[in-house]
Design a protein around this ligand. Structure first.
Ligand SMILES: Nc1ncnc2c1ncn2[C@@H]1O[C@H](COP(=O)(O)OP(=O)(O)OP(=O)(O)O)[C@@H](O)[C@H]1O
Length: 305
């Protein structure tokens, strides 16, 4: 797949005589091999967007196309896409991990042999080989989630759509899933994923699509998105109160105080440490890392726009 092209998507729900605009003129492209994370507050329109991409919701306006040819109303499109949504995971609980993969492969048109081959590949990509013969009902929630994503990929789709794939999943399974998604993307699969978990987004995203109240307000590389707010620098937490004289010295260096945190530019690091000494430094983070903070700042920007 070269490109998923989304142009001018709009969707308004009507419930109890009220109109709720979930998407308003959203356009974006996702290239093969790229992972785009869709961020937004609850109700921003993320699920509506990914379900529209998956062909589960019909937009009022706009189009979704793979390589300028297939759109979600065509069966060829559905063969080219894999999707996992909260609450509708395609898993047969009484079948083993392998049987599930084999079954869904055949169901989606693969020969039995090809389906078994793909089942073995997916067990490997999703690090589930040791669970090959375990029935799905006996897997942990995190492993079931990984299996659900593996099943969605068994028919070799070129585009994968995931809605909150790491909700309620422990860190070990999150890391395994992230590694699997990276492997798929390195093999050319395009991935669109919604998540409220910024640590996950930080690990997987190539680009960030930020949605505020149904509008796509930013579509940027992860690096640009982070740099838009955090111009480098550090956040430090000190384990004991600092006296007024030291606070004055810190302010003179351009240190900002926010609750118990000191924020300052990169070049001030050693000077700040010298002033703070001998109080214990209980935490020191590079601000580049703080995607949560960037998200909150950017949301604020657009709310005020
Ligand atoms: N079937 C529906 N009928 C009416 N309104 C709906 C329906 N589905 C979603 N909405 C509304 O559309 C808006 C966007 O919802 P959507 O589920 O796409 O947001 P989201 O960003 O995925 O939210 P969350 O982070 O909570 O999952 C919300 O105001 C929601 O209440």
């Amino acid at each position: 797949m070269r490109e998923l092209k989304i142009v001018g998507l709009s969707k308004t729900y009507r419930s109890n005589g009220k109109a709720i605009t979930a998407l308003e003129d959203v356009s974006l492209n996702v290239r093969g091999g790229e992972i785009v994370s869709v961020l937004g507050l609850n109700g921003a329109g993320k699920t509506t967007l990914v379900k529209t991409i998956a062909g589960l919701i019909e937009p009022d306006k706009g189009s979704v196309q793979l390589d300028d040819a297939d759109d979600p109303t065509r069966s060829r499109y559905r063969k080219r896409i894999g999707a996992v949504f909260e609450g509708n995971r395609n898993i047969y609980w009484r079948l083993t991990a392998f049987e599930n993969l084999e079954y869904f492969g055949v169901l989606r048109g693969l020969s039995l042999r090809r389906s078994q081959e793909r089942a073995r590949q997916m067990l490997s990509v999703f690090q589930l080989e040791s669970k090959r013969s375990t029935i799905a009902a006996h897997l942990s929630r995190g492993m079931q989630q990984r299996l659900a994503v593996a099943i969605s990929m068994v028919h070799e789709p070129e585009l994968l759509v995931l809605d909150e794939p790491t909700l309620g999943v422990d860190i070990e399974n999150v890391l395994a899933l992230v590694a699997s998604l990276k492997e798929l993307s390195a093999a050319g699969v395009a991935i669109v994923v919604t998540s409220h978990q910024f640590d996950v987004v930080k690990m997987v995203a190539d680009r960030i699509a930020l949605i505020v109240a149904g509008k796509l307000v930013a579509l940027e590389s992860k690096a640009d998105f982070i740099a838009s707010v955090n111009k480098g620098g550090y956040s430090m937490q000190v384990g004991a109160p600092l006296d007024a004289a030291r606070m004055d010295q810190l302010r003179a260096l351009g240190v900002r105080l926010e609750e118990s945190w000191l924020h300052f530019p990169e070049q001030a690091l050693y000077a700040v440490i010298d002033i703070v000494r001998p109080s214990p430094i209980t935490s020191l983070n590079s601000m580049e890392d703080d995607l949560t903070k960037v998200f909150l700042e950017r949301i604020k920007d657009y709310a005020h726009a």
